[in-house]
Design a protein around this ligand. Structure first.
Ligand SMILES: [Zn+2]
Length: 388
């Protein structure tokens, strides 16, 4: 079915804003982005009045964990992952980058969504991650202690169909007994995974809460580093290597500000300077021209980082760091697509791309928090969520 949205403010995901525009699309893709306020419609087309609203590309969350993180059975994990990819649509999120999933649950739901058995966000999947024995995230990882073991695990993941190899370069917050500042792998060990991923055209990403681990990952050529509190040396290395930054400040914000006793053990690992350091890291990326993609770490603890609204908070924190709302939106649209290699598929509103489209009330380009006013989400041209 063709949909036409008229008289709407349009952000194309690549830096262009049209004030009184129109957009048409169907299941085959985006048909026309027009500066004219109206486009012709025929009987049977869905015509949506867009005045007072903003249309933008469906959002990306570039760091999620699908399925349960510990305890549950394989069936529960898979069922939860399926529910989560649907749940993202309610928040206008039409693509997620899975950054570690037990039993390769994210790979399975990615394939089931592709084949039409599930309705949900598009998934870029890592499946099982790679960490040291007993290291950070071990419950969802291959435990590998040498370069050869890392290489073997990377090959296993690529064989299983992973789009990305997920490495744990340092300790972190969410595993009991894990020291966030501890480095886990050498440059050489991580490079073994990077080499295997690159042979297959796959992505790599590294959990890198600790700066030492982050610097090893950058040197190893890992494509994106996650969670890090950057210094200038790291930024200079990232510029040289073309490394991306995925902050997930929203989760640290959740840890620092949560009063729930169940997460007190995580809060104890946090430092009072964490939020300021992460805001500064975002400013440093802007200063150095380091590309950023928005991610949250949703999926591991709803109290700390709720699915969906955690992304709105992430983007709001980027504006608190000094990014304009448009720059913040770019990290969850055009730039996010670029990180995932999906720039010719989705992430912007351009004719020919798949019609992943979000319509919100108000104007998130003035106040990023208005992203929360989701009215309609379309995935590949189909209306998948509506709140009119
Ligand atoms: Zn994570």
């Amino acid at each position: 079915m063709k949909t036409v949205i008229n008289h709407v403010k349009l952000y194309d995901g690549k830096g262009t804003v049209l004030e009184n525009a129109s957009l048409s699309f169907d299941e085959t893709g985006i048909l026309a982005v027009s500066e004219q306020p109206e486009q012709p419609a025929e009987k049977g087309d869905r015509v949506v009045e867009g005045s007072g609203r903003t249309v933008l590309p469906g959002l990306f969350d570039c760091h999620v964990h699908l399925g349960s993180m510990e305890g549950d059975s394989q069936v529960q994990t898979g069922a939860l992952a399926a529910a989560q990819i649907w749940e993202h649509l309610r928040y206008g999120i039409t693509t997620v980058r899975g950054c570690g999933s037990r039993w390769n649950a994210d790979i399975t739901v990615r394939d089931m969504e592709r084949s039409g058995h599930l309705t949900g966000a598009r998934v870029v999947a890592s499946g099982i991650g790679i960490t040291i024995t007993g290291g950070h995230g071990w419950a969802m990882c291959h435990e590998c202690d040498t370069a050869d073991e890392v290489r073997k695990a990377a090959r296993l993941q690529l064989r299983a169909g992973a789009d990305q190899v997920k490495l744990f370069a340092s300790g972190g917050m969410a595993t009991k007994g894990s020291d966030p500042d501890m480095s886990q792998y050498t440059v050489e060990q991580m490079h073994a995974a990077v080499e295997e991923a690159e042979k297959k055209g796959a992505l790599t990403c590294a959990h890198a809460t600790g700066l030492g681990g982050a610097k090893c990952a950058i040197q190893a050529g890992v494509r994106s580093i996650e969670h890090t509190q950057l210094d200038r040396e790291a930024c200079e290395m990232m510029v040289r290597q073309g490394t991306w930054y995925c902050s997930t400040i929203t989760t640290r914000y959740g840890i620092v500000n949560s009063t729930d006793p169940s997460v007190a053990w995580m809060r104890q690992k946090a430092k009072p300077t964490d939020i300021e350091n992460m805001l500064r890291s975002i400013r440093l990326c802007r200063e150095y021209g380091i590309p950023m993609a928005a991610g949250t770490d949703s999926g591991f603890n709803e109290l700390i980082c709720p699915l969906g609204t955690g992304l709105y908070r992430e983007l709001w924190l980027y504006t608190e760091a000094g990014l304009s709302p448009m720059e913040a939106l770019h990290t969850a649209t055009g730039n996010a697509a670029l990180l995932c290699g999906l720039q010719d598929v989705t992430g912007s509103l351009r004719s020919g791309l798949e019609a992943d489209v979000l319509l919100v009330d108000g104007d998130p380009l003035k106040d990023i928090r208005q992203l929360a006013n989701v009215r309609m989400t379309f995935r590949k041209g189909k209306l998948v969520y509506e709140n009119l």
